[in-house]
Design a protein around this ligand. Structure first.
Ligand code: ISE
Length: 335
């Protein structure tokens, strides 16, 4: 039957997912919404038929019409929500980050192992973007040979007023960490963060942009330009350099116009716009898998590994130099 989803957190992502489940996704409905702000929960619940508003995630997860959970609350609230979902044996789509640090991610990993089967898909939506999928398929054919380097650019129009320098790593570069591991099928072993003189358009004391280098256990070197106050648009680009060729995505040239002696196009302004199709595909894949009693996609292991890479990144940012990544051994559940 139709999957009854409890959406925990009704901020930017939570509200967007409620709209998506109602209007885009087939086979699911929003059975419950949860927010610490009761008024906000009620307002969002009113957008879906037969949807109940809660302030406590545990109460929503105990409801008879809730079959699965979508966690879109702030990162620090994820661990408790995940553990409650495990108690109820409920499948979960958890927005990134899985949790804010490696220690808490490891606790979630141990709890899922105790359940004995995977319940969680982590919301690394780039894995569902058509261009990234094409790049991944090309790499898998082996035509280009072994990947040697991966260059990434990640630009946002402007950062929110509360942004601190480590958020460029934890909130933004976290996507390139996942994409690197997924595209190359390798773990990241070390991170080095270099900071140019900050842009005059960055808020006071924010180290923006940053240049981040990953080393991997397969011998690849990966660089990421993260620039969250670039001013002109939302851009995510990647170029993989292999032994026999290169491949590049994210040019955004869906349409090029020629007019009055100039050529050009438009640039997306926000990730909900740039990755709209990826979010749609991510949600539909999760709903289809869940209804078929399967759990696929980015796992708790991926969420944990990336959290450990983030910690190394923040260490390099704060102390300078190269920081190594420490990972526990990968459990069989995530083989
Ligand atoms: C945001 O949280 C995201 O996940 C976006 O994909 C990223 O581009 C942005 O920098 C983050 O703040």
């Amino acid at each position: 039957g139709t999957l009854g989803v409890a959406v925990v957190g009704t901020g930017k992502m939570g509200a967007d997912h409620v709209r998506r489940i109602q209007e885009v996704t087939s086979g699911a409905r929003v059975a419950a919404v949860v927010d610490v702000d009761a008024e906000r929960a009620k307002a969002v619940a009113a957008r879906a038929d037969g949807c109940t508003a809660y302030t406590d995630p545990a109460a929503a997860m105990a409801a008879a019409d809730v079959d699965a959970v979508l966690i879109a609350s702030p990162g620090p609230a994820h661990e408790a929500a995940l553990l409650t979902a495990f108690e109820h044996g409920l499948p979960v789509l958890c927005e990134k980050p899985l949790t804010p640090d490696a220690a808490s991610a490891l606790r979630v990993l141990e709890a899922e192992r105790k359940v004995g089967r995977r319940l969680v898909q982590v919301g690394f939506m780039r894995r569902y973007d058509a261009e990234y999928l094409r790049l991944k398929s090309l790499l898998e054919t082996g035509q280009l040979g072994r990947p040697l380097m991966l260059h990434n650019r990640h630009r946002n129009v402007a950062s929110a007023p509360d942004w601190r320098s480590e958020m460029l790593i934890n909130d933004s570069v976290v996507h390139e960490m996942d994409v690197t591991r997924w595209l190359l099928g390798q773990e990241i072993t070390a991170v080095t963060v270099l900071c140019p003189r900050p842009s005059a358009n960055a808020p006071d004391a924010l180290r923006d942009p940053q240049f981040v280098v990953f080393e991997t256990d397969g011998g690849a070197v990966v660089d990421v330009e993260i620039f969250v106050n670039c001013g002109f648009g939302y851009q995510v680009q990647a170029e993989v350099v292999c032994e026999r060729g290169t491949a590049r995505i994210g040019e955004g040239h869906a349409m090029v116009t020629n007019m009055a002696g100039r050529w050009g196009g438009t640039i997306a302004q926000d990730f909900t716009e740039r990755f709209a199709d990826a979010y749609d595909r991510e949600l539909q894949t999760w709903v289809d898998a869940t209804r078929a009693d399967e759990v696929i996609g980015p796992s708790v292991w991926d969420g944990y590994a990336v959290a450990a890479v983030c910690e190394a990144g923040v260490r390099s940012l704060e102390e300078g130099g190269r920081a190594e990544v420490e990972l526990v051994e990968r459990p069989g559940l995530y083989a």
